[in-house]
Design a protein around this ligand. Sequence first.
Ligand SMILES: O=C(O)CCC(=O)C(=O)O
Ligand SMILES: [Fe+2]
Length: 293
Amino acid sequence: MIVSSGIERRYKLSSSEFIKDYVELGKPVIISGVITNWDSISQWSLKYFKQLSPSLKIYAKKFSGKGIQVCSLTMEKYIESIENYEADSLNNPLPPYCHDLPLFSLIPSLIKNAQPFPLDYLPKWYWYKWWRYCQFFLGCSNSVTPLHFDCLLTNNIFFQIVGRKQFTILLPEDAKYCYRKGWRWFLVNPENPDFNKYPEYKKARPITFVVNPGEILYMPPGTLHHVRSLDMSISFNIDWHTRKSSLNALAASIKGMPIQNSYYNFLLAVGLVFKIPSPIIFKFYKSYLNYVS
Ligand SMILES: O=C(O)CCC(=O)C(=O)O
Ligand SMILES: [Fe+2]
């Protein structure tokens, strides 16, 4: 396996540099110093979420070789299962992983804890009610998201609020060494690759790093990522297109992208390219936030 040189880290990166040196070049980066003063960094905890909204119905996922199993439970029950696991991981089962939850829409009082939001990293089209595009990840230590890329081939800005996460990422050109299954998932486990089964993975150049609370990770479209929570963790991301990435993603419709994904990309391309206001597009796009694929 070729071990590559790591990811760039930048302190208080300006939006013009972010766009010129990372988004336009398709280069990942970790940015520190931008969200360090958010209230969420000091205030959010799973206990806090439980107090705010104990009876909120949420969904959690179990990832296995057979696919994704989704279960529904209340915030209170979910947090209790995490607390039990963190207190005694030997005698409690690993709880499912609450993954892709639009928590700002479900608990709007959280929005004020994520200010000032670095809106100028995003195209203006997303500025109006930006929080509607965010998806949360709540989980215990050892929660894992297997290797995949984000299904609409969007850019991803990932905000790590509580706990640390270890990412292993690969650039899109290495996808061919990772044994794809369906549209977006990959069979190789980068933490313990089985080279007998997946010999081509020896040619891949995975990059492993830890994202700490208060840091932002940017991943360009098509970046493969495997994520392990090192601690109990709260994060959220925003998946977004530029005009260019929306058109590239539409072009991927002929490369096996599921038709449902092409529909969402079509909506975003219409918004970004023809400047149709986001409140109109969002009515149709909204169902994407509950889309499991
Ligand atoms: O944090 C995780 O476990 C997964 C994150 C992820 O896949 C994403 O932000 O697209
Ligand atoms: Fe992802």
